[in-house]
Design a protein around this ligand. Structure first.
Ligand code: PGA
Length: 251
């Protein structure tokens, strides 16, 4: 088993204003400077990328975006291209978050295109996959994960996962306060790793798989202690510095 460096990524979603993110980042940077072992990334809304990049200078914290366009450039009003994210020093980009899939109709095919755009432009995609509650209750969790994963492997090729991160986010756990148990999460993570190993052992072994869905300071450690959980994608709790820092330290 290789040692994977944990990653804790903050997904701010559509939250924050210039006046709220400045003190939030000042506290986060201060806490991180006191020492954490995990890699940390912040994914603010697009319009704040420039400001956050500036505030994170020298902080040793990576920048990420929450979404990107599936096309290179052109007449796509309101969209933001991968090359533009590179321009703003993004290292990561979240792809296929369940809110994008559910609220904005992103299909597996769209998600796969976005993943390709990210890797082609030197960004590391954080590919989100996860099942709805009805799917879990119907015993469909592994089928759903396999379908979402295979769509991307087919289009991008397994080699593209060399520079990717996966986030397992059960939809029923996102923003609900209901976390998957460490056992439930580990089972899904191990399944995802096995699915990738069918194509390439080495890539499967070194790929980081984050857990997301109501992670907070109180449950982070027991989740991160599981063998196949390599950090977290943090929504609500990433908007509070103390809570987010405690999660970063737990990784
Ligand atoms: P949550 O969100 O931590 O607020 O549940 C996680 C996510 O959607 O990435």
């Amino acid at each position: 088993m290789s040692k994977r460096r944990p990653l804790v990524a903050a997904n701010w979603k559509m939250n924050g204003t210039l006046s709220s993110i400045r003190p939030l980042l000042a506290s986060i940077c201060k806490g991180i400077a006191e020492g954490v072992k995990a890699e940390i990334a912040i994914c603010p809304p697009y319009v704040y990328l420039g400001e956050v990049a500036r505030l994170l200078e020298q902080a040793g914290i990576a920048l990420g975006a929450q979404n990107l366009a599936r096309h290179d450039a052109g007449a796509y009003t309101g969209e933001v291209a991968a090359a533009m994210l590179k321009d703003y020093q993004c290292r990561y980009v979240i792809v296929g978050h369940s809110e994008r899939r559910t609220l904005y109709g992103e299909t597996d095919a769209v998600v796969a295109d976005k993943f390709v755009q990210a890797t082609k432009n030197g960004l590391t995609p954080i590919l989100c996959i996860g099942e709805y509650l009805e799917e879990r209750e119907a015993g469909e969790t592994e089928n759903v994960l396999a379908r979402q994963l295979d769509a991307v492997i087919e289009k991008a090729g397994i080699a593209a996962f060399d520079k990717a991160v996966i986030a397992y986010e059960p939809v029923w756990a996102i923003g609900t306060g209901k976390t998957a148990t460490p056992g439930q999460a580990e089972e899904a993570h191990a399944f995802i790793r096995l699915r990738l190993a069918r194509h390439d052992d080495k890539i499967a072994d070194q790929l980081r798989i984050l857990y997301g869905g109501s992670v907070k300071a109180a449950n982070a450690e027991e989740l991160f202690n599981m063998a196949d959980i390599d950090g977290g994608l943090i929504g609500g709790a990433s908007l509070q510095a103390d809570e987010f820092l405690a999660i970063c330290r737990a990784a």
